[in-house]
Design a protein around this ligand. Sequence first.
Ligand SMILES: [Zn+2]
Length: 233
Amino acid sequence: MGRLKAVCLMGLFAAAAALAAAPVRVLVVTGGHDYAPSFYTLFEGHADIAARVDPHPMPYRRGDLRKRYDVLVLYDSVQEISEAERQNLEDFLESGKGLVVLHHALVNYADWSWWCEEVVGARWLWKPTATQAKTTWKHDVVQKVYRVLDHPVTRGIERMDILDETYKGLWLSPRIRVLLRTDEASSDGPVAWIGPYEKSRVVVIQLGHGREAHLHPDYQKLVRNAILWAGGR
Ligand SMILES: [Zn+2]
């Protein structure tokens, strides 16, 4: 009896260890914007991350995302998806799964208030509003980025110099928790933050246009940290 109990316990420990060691299952959504193939290096060589890339129009049409993925990484740039696709995305987040929004995915769904205001905490302004000019961008800016919040996502990143694209004039929610900032004049300042959504872990990283960012060791670390944290690790 005692021996059987011990065997059962060992089985439980083994199952728990296997679960802890299982890689975070990541769906990387692309489409609507071109990018350098160096982007894929962000997901290579990590035993704890298993990523699959699925470009539009298919990623939200293959059935319930909750069953197959732990974290969504968005590197797409789209405005329109069907009601059923929105529901799939919403169900995924409502269930507590993780989200990482990278660079030009910040432009997504500017008309979807729930998405911009409650989840991402930012909106791309295609037109000026009563209080704000429209959003602008600038390529190839050398920026000094520094950490403003000690957080699992910024672990190992004190400050970084990076050549990347800046965005300025996004609407930003007062409820975002800024992780990284730059003082660069062509940027809004916040370049990475935690979204306001409370049911799941949302990380937004404005950086990441091209090869210089994709291959930057600190950027690679930042994206990996974001995926692991969003996935509850
Ligand atoms: Zn870009």
